[in-house]
Design a protein around this ligand. Structure first.
Ligand code: IPE
Ligand code: IPE
Ligand code: MG
Length: 241
């Protein structure tokens, strides 16, 4: 049943999602964790289609964190191979739908083949002007802030800028998401109420939506529920309404 009526004039400009719960979804069915990741990829495809249909301009998806390397080698390998498989299959769709796909995080540390496919899709879709999708791969919010600080320190060292030139706006140009606005709505599936090192800078004034639904079960209707909740919040940004 889908009787949720969304206000098409009040969509989040930038939606971010922590796609969590693949492993538990598989376990519930007596399957190994990687089985859940495979189904999770189908959800990624469906959600990108739906976000595109809703006219949202920016979507950022948390696919692999700087901490996820701690997982067993087999699981990490499966995830890295799934990225390759997904990108190879989706390039045509991305081009047909004018979707620009970018990647945030330290992608240079990805396995070579994954890195090459990531670079290929990024270049291929670079001039597309429709939906912007950022896939977070080897991404950590703290890592991103440290990376941006180093970039700024280099400029100060080289006398290219003064310390006084460092502002919230100039800092925002040094982070991975420098081409996307701040996040309006952050969704986390899988039942945990935490950030797990995602977009620390960008979520300063985001609305949050946490759901117990596991990522492979997250569908169009669940997305609509999250957006509906966003549309009924009063955003004050520290001011008064
Ligand atoms: C999210 O699902 C996907 C990644 C972190 C890559 P999980 O693999 O974390 O699944 P759970 O949380 O263990 O169920
Ligand atoms: C967050 O999920 C990372 C991604 C969804 C890629 P995790 O499963 O890694 O987070 P924790 O360990 O439960 O905090
Ligand atoms: Mg998890």
């Amino acid at each position: 049943m889908n009787d949720i009526i969304l206000d098409m004039d009040n969509m989040p400009k930038h939606l971010a999602i922590i796609m969590d719960g693949n492993g538990r979804w598989a376990k519930k069915q007596g399957k190994i964790r990687t089985f859940g990741h495979k189904f999770g990829v189908d959800t990624v495809k469906n959600i990108i289609k739906e976000v595109n249909a809703l006219g949202i301009k920016y979507l950022t998806l948390y696919a692999f964190s700087t901490e996820n390397w701690k997982r067993p080698k087999d699981e990490v390998n499966t995830l890295m191979n799934l990225v390759i498989e997904y990108l190879k299959k989706e390039n045509d769709y991305l081009m047909a739908e004018n979707v620009r796909m970018d990647f945030i995080g330290d992608i240079t540390k990805l396995p070579k083949k994954t890195y090459e496919n990531v670079k290929y899709t990024r270049e291929l879709t670079r001039n597309n002007t429709g939906l912007n999708v950022n896939i977070a791969l080897n991404y950590g919010g703290r890592d991103e802030i440290v990376m941006a600080c180093k970039e700024i320190a280099k400029l100060v060292n080289a006398d290219e800028i003064d310390i006084e030139d460092i502002t919230e706006d100039s800092f925002s140009t040094k982070i991975y998401t420098n081409e996307s606005p701040n996040v309006d709505l952050l969704i986390r599936t899988g039942g945990d109420i935490r950030i797990s090192n995602f977009l620390l800078w960008q979520i300063a004034y985001s609305e949050f939506y946490f759901t117990d639904v596991l990522w492979p079960d997250f569908d169009r209707n669940e997305l609509h529920k999250a957006i509906y909740s966003f549309q009924h919040k009063e955003r004050r940004f520290g001011g008064l309404v």
